[in-house]
Design a binder for this molecule. Structure first.
Ligand SMILES: Cc1cc2nc3c(=O)[nH]c(=O)nc-3n(C[C@H](O)[C@H](O)[C@H](O)COP(=O)(O)OP(=O)(O)OC[C@H]3O[C@@H](n4cnc5c(N)ncnc54)[C@H](O)[C@@H]3O)c2cc1C
Length: 334
């Protein structure tokens, strides 16, 4: 790892003042914000980024908000361990607690923050390889498109086929969360769904709207309306800890065997948390039966365009969708 300076600002203003005002073409050597360091330090160890300085956010008290009230307000520095172990979050925003609990290992979750989880960089092995100059690092092609694509996107891909690695992002988009970030003109709040960008929108080198000198400040999750429940299901290759091969976040109002309304978001199948809107529209007002869950899975995967090695994600996502409905119908037991 390259030697770097470390700054320990105490306010958001001091922190953003230390960050570069815009990104250079190579994006590798500019100052970077660091929260728990669980992703940034691995990027630095593999020379994916080689910042001259790191801006440690650990002492910025403004990022520590934690309020479990009518809505849920979580500062960027909230650790995933705290979210996963909060029984009230588990009862009221179940999908988020389940997603946080599914991230990495207990040790990593005590360091890992929500802000870092949402801003972490993709895990595509071409992107992570220091010698592979893929399209996300200023090259001209996505090597997964013609290369090894087992872990890549089946929806929303092109010109890059990364999948978004964050478990919490999938759950929070499902729970209709809002994100607040710092900007030059003050704070800006927007739906989290609009924070993430497809490679064909925005910059192919980025996964979200954050500018180089902006920070994610906090997340706010509204209370689920009366009668709604949520769950997060993650399929991973390695049982102990791993990134998702496919994940499903579902929130729904089920009453008298009927699905009044539902929100369905898929993880690890697209470069952003993927709203399955056609399935959501179909589900509203239907009886909650295995046939309906199956049809919802078909609609969710209608636009899938698998690469050479990842067609297995289609039945995997469909199976997880059915399992998520069964879990909510059975009262949350998995
Ligand atoms: C072995 C291992 C397994 C993992 N498994 C999973 C998994 O299963 N699921 C999953 O979702 N993740 C996983 N991760 C990825 C990641 O470490 C965690 O998700 C963690 O939450 C990152 O948080 P952090 O605070 O350590 O982020 P950091 O490493 O500090 O930061 C991550 C990125 O976000 C930026 N950043 C951090 N905070 C802010 C902020 N407030 N504003 C703007 N930018 C910010 C940093 O500059 C950096 O680019 C894993 C990591 C490891 C090493």
């Amino acid at each position: 790892m390259k030697t770097f300076k470390i700054h320990r600002p105490k306010t958001v203003e001091q922190a953003t003042g230390l960050l570069p005002s815009r990104r250079g073409p190579a994006e590798i050597d500019e100052a970077r914000p660091m929260a728990g360091g669980q992703d940034l330090l691995t990027e630095m160890k593999s020379y994916l980024v080689q910042p001259e300085s790191v801006v440690d956010l650990g002492a910025v008290a403004e990022l520590e908000e934690y309020e479990v009230g009518a809505s849920l307000r979580l500062g960027a520095l909230t650790t995933l361990a705290r979210i996963a172990s909060d029984t009230e979050i588990g009862a009221r925003w179940t999908a988020l607690a389940e997603a946080a609990a599914s991230v990495a290992s207990p040790q990593i979750r005590t360091q890992a923050t929500l802000g870092g989880n949402l801003c972490q960089r993709p895990r595509c092995w071409y992107f992570r390889h220091e010698d592979a100059v893929c399209i996300k690092k200023g090259g001209s092609e996505c090597f997964a498109e013609s290369g090894l694509s087992k872990y890549n996107a089946i929806l929303g891909g092109g010109p890059s086929y990364i999948v978004h690695p964050s478990d919490c992002a999938t759950a929070l988009v499902c729970l209709d969360a809002e994100v607040t970030r710092s900007t030059k003109r003050g704070e800006r709040t927007q739906p989290l769904e609009e924070f993430f960008t497809l490679p064909s929108e925005g910059s192919v080198m980025r996964e979200n709207v954050l500018k180089a000198d902006e920070l994610l400040l906090k997340i706010e999750v509204p209370a689920l309306p009366e009668g709604w429940k949520s769950t997060y299901l993650k399929f991973k290759e390695r049982a102990s800890y791993d990134f998702a091969l496919c994940a499903v976040a579902l929130s729904a109002k089920l009453e008298g065997g009927k699905i009044e309304d539902a929100r369905l978001v898929l993880g690890a199948v697209a470069p952003i948390p993927w709203r399955a809107r056609a399935a959501e529209e179909f589900l509203a007002g239907k009886q909650s039966t295995p046939e309906v869950w199956e049809k919802a899975g078909e609609l969710a995967m209608e636009e899938a365009e698998p690469l050479a090695d990842n067609a297995f994600k289609v039945p995997l996502a469909q199976g997880l969708i059915q399992k998520a409905f069964k879990s909510l119908t059975d009262g949350g037991a998995k």
